[in-house]
Design a protein around this ligand. Structure first.
Ligand code: CU
Length: 340
């Protein structure tokens, strides 16, 4: 449990609830008490399974690029609401963490924007710490880019700030948002989410768009990132990408890890690099591995020719295990691509 890392005393109640949900409470009661403990344990694990199913569904929706719906004001302004708050999160079997997320999920919801949009993002801070939101890759006005006291003060616990900007054509492509207050700690806690600014460029024929946000956190009190996510999930909880033979997938990858580089490959398929940090390449390159520095985004395309199940994964071996998980050999940044 790394709950204390992201919270103060008020979080311990939540951490205890998490332990019960994960079955720890049942184990303790079983050791010291009576038969009713097994009932408690069973209902706790059911609760946990439901919660895992909810988290897996959120990762699937993000893979399919389902976005947060804005409220549209009479003048056309799109208003999104993000609430930063603690969230219990089970990224892989047997590991329940207290993380910090937007709107109860890690990563925060996808924001889909269009050139010309007038955007307001209402950010409520329900965390025990100050926070801000930075719009990575979007050149928004200085007062709106979420750098604490440059010039706007950060959002205190219990506070709200409304970020306002207009989407310009230079913002097209794959980007992301994240906390810009105590960045490393708050981003690793889960305060990040993807942004897609729709491109005016024509879509690839017979294609589908998919999105994977790479994330990492520290569990068990270590100093370096040691748990790795696609869309907030570690293998085997990562979502499966289903595609038909001959269909082109435009896959957007966002490296929201505060510290770690990743190098993504897909067995049985080459990847064609289309864009970096939202900027289309004038001559797309075909590679077997695509590297992402911290904060970098890339768009790649692939067109599978043979049916089967293939692994999409980070070739950095340290990202492929789950701390404390002795049952599954493979973990972390691995997802299945199923070609039908
Ligand atoms: Cu940034």
């Amino acid at each position: 449990m790394n709950a204390s890392r992201y919270g103060k005393n008020s979080m311990f109640g939540l951490a205890a609830a998490v332990m019960v949900a994960a079955g720890f409470g049942g184990q303790l009661m079983g050791r010291f008490a009576n038969a009713s403990a097994s009932v408690a344990e069973e209902s706790a694990s059911h609760l946990n399974l439901r919660e895992v199913a909810r988290e897996n569904a959120l990762a699937e929706q993000m893979l399919e690029e389902q976005a947060l719906q804005p409220t549209i004001l009479p003048d056309g302004t799109k208003v999104f609401t993000l609430t930063a708050q603690p969230v219990t999160w089970t990224p892989y079997p047997g590991k329940t963490l207290t993380m910090w997320g937007y709107n109860g999920q890690v990563p925060g919801p996808l924001l889909r924007l269009h050139v010309g949009d007038r955007v307001e993002v209402i950010v409520h801070n329900h965390l025990p710490e100050t926070t801000t939101v930075h719009w990575h890759g979007l050149s928004v006005p200085n007062a709106m880019d979420g750098v604490p006291n440059a010039p706007e003060p950060p959002i205190p616990p219990g506070g709200t700030f409304v970020y306002k900007f207009v989407v310009t054509s230079e913002m097209e492509g794959t980007h992301w948002y994240h906390s810009h207050y105590d960045d490393d700690t708050q981003v690793e806690a889960g305060l990040y989410g993807p942004i897609i600014v729709e491109s005016a460029q024509p879509a690839i024929p017979n294609s589908m768009d998919r999105l994977l946000v790479l994330g990492a956190t520290k569990v068990d009190g270590v100093d370096a990132e040691n748990a790795f996510f696609f869309n907030g999930r570690s293998y085997p909880y990562t979502p499966t990408l289903v595609v038909h033979r001959g269909q082109t997938v435009r896959l957007r990858l966002v490296n929201a890890c505060a510290e770690s580089y990743h190098a993504i490959t897909l067995d049985g398929n080459d990847l064609t690099l289309l864009a970096e940090d939202g900027n289309p390449l004038s001559s797309p390159q075909t590679v077997s591995v695509v590297s992402l520095a911290p904060s970098e985004t890339v768009d790649v395309a692939f067109t599978p020719r043979q049916p089967g199940k293939f692994l999409l994964y980070d070739t950095v071996a340290s990202s492929l295990t789950n701390p404390d998980d002795n049952q599954h050999g493979l973990g972390g940044m691995v997802a299945q691509v199923e070609v039908r």
